[in-house]
Design a protein around this ligand. Structure first.
Ligand SMILES: Nc1ncnc2c1ncn2[C@@H]1O[C@H](COP(=O)(O)OP(=O)(O)OP(=O)(O)O)[C@@H](O)[C@H]1O
Length: 287
């Protein structure tokens, strides 16, 4: 059996005594999987992704462990001291793109190399022409090479998100964590970004974990879905098993938040849903 590329064991996170944001999370992901993380607002999606990237430490009281590609990210609430090296393999795509507005797109993409090149080149901006070629290749793959010299602030939201994905490409990340990458995009740009993530997953074999509000996007693009509800994993299985009945069981009235009413994808998936069966595995629903 292949070793997991991501392992999360016994992860708990309290932000305060009455805010238990992640409750006993256990999961593993195999190399090359494309996994959706769904859940209503506040269910813990961002918090979980930030723990996986080692940006936030879990509760010290839990016997927790997060490993990416065999490297410890954090254990028992302590970020590993080799986190910089581990993070070089983890690309993070944010909802708000996290580009430097006043810098050219190509320079923003080159930031992805900072983990891999001599520190003095990074701080002086002395990237080699081979580095720049790499950045342009990445921009070509995401379809915005023509924007390379523009300031990031002049791009549309969808283009900015594609530049952010190009940054993870030059980084050579084996695991891409995308935190609601389409939440602020129009339907066409959303589809575009999801298609690019799918291509990276299929062509490069990168493992992609993408948090989404819209369940129809999870079903369309991700073979596996992990659903969170109030900090707990309540479903982990094939996305095709997610039916309206199951989602209603899992989320009650909050289920409406998981469907976008305006996109074609939403209409297609409701039709697809009405033919579906409710035979999925529920996890910890009673807990
Ligand atoms: N730094 C923090 N301090 C206190 N509480 C926090 C902090 N970060 C997150 N939380 C709380 O933890 C819970 C999970 O938040 P999180 O942002 O992970 O949810 P989410 O599923 O990503 O939501 P959304 O879809 O709205 O982004 C929420 O109740 C949130 O208010």
């Amino acid at each position: 059996m292949t070793a997991s590329i991501l392992r999360v064991a016994n992860l708990n996170k309290h932000f305060s005594s009455d805010k238990h944001a992640l409750i006993n999370i256990n999961l593993s992901v195999q190399p090359g999987e494309m996994v959706a993380l769904i859940g209503a607002s506040g269910s813990g999606k961002s918090t979980l992704l930030r723990h996986i990237a080692g940006l936030v430490a879990g509760d010290a009281a839990s016997d927790s462990l997060i490993e990416v590609d065999g490297q410890v990210v954090q254990r028992r609430g302590k970020i590993d001291r080799n986190i910089r090296r581990t993070r070089a393999n983890i690309g993070f795509v944010f909802q708000q793109f996290n580009l430097v507005d006043r810098l050219p797109v190509v320079t923003n993409v080159l930031v992805g190399l900072l983990h891999r090149i001599a520190w003095w080149r990074g701080i002086t901006g002395l990237f080699t022409s081979a580095h720049k070629q790499l950045a342009i290749q990445a921009l070509t793959r995401v379809g915005i090479a023509q924007c390379q010299a523009q300031r990031a602030s002049t791009l549309s939201g969808g283009q900015q998100q594609r530049a952010a994905i190009a940054r993870t490409l030059v980084q050579g990340a084996t695991v891409v964590l995308a935190d609601e990458p389409i939440a602020s995009l129009d339907p066409e740009s959303s589809r575009n970004v999801m298609e690019i993530l799918t291509r990276i997953n299929r062509e490069d074999g990168s493992t992609v974990i993408v948090s989404l509000h819209q369940v129809e996007m999870a079903i369309k693009y991700c073979p596996r879905t992990i659903a969170l509800h109030q900090g707990r994993v309540v479903f982990d299985g094939a996305s095709s098993l997610l039916t309206p009945t199951l989602l209603k069981d899992l989320y009650g009235v909050q289920v409406d938040e998981l469907f976008s009413s305006t996109t074609n994808d939403a209409h297609q998936s409701s039709a697809q849903f009405s033919q579906g069966k409710t035979n999925a595995v529920l996890i910890a629903q009673a807990a």
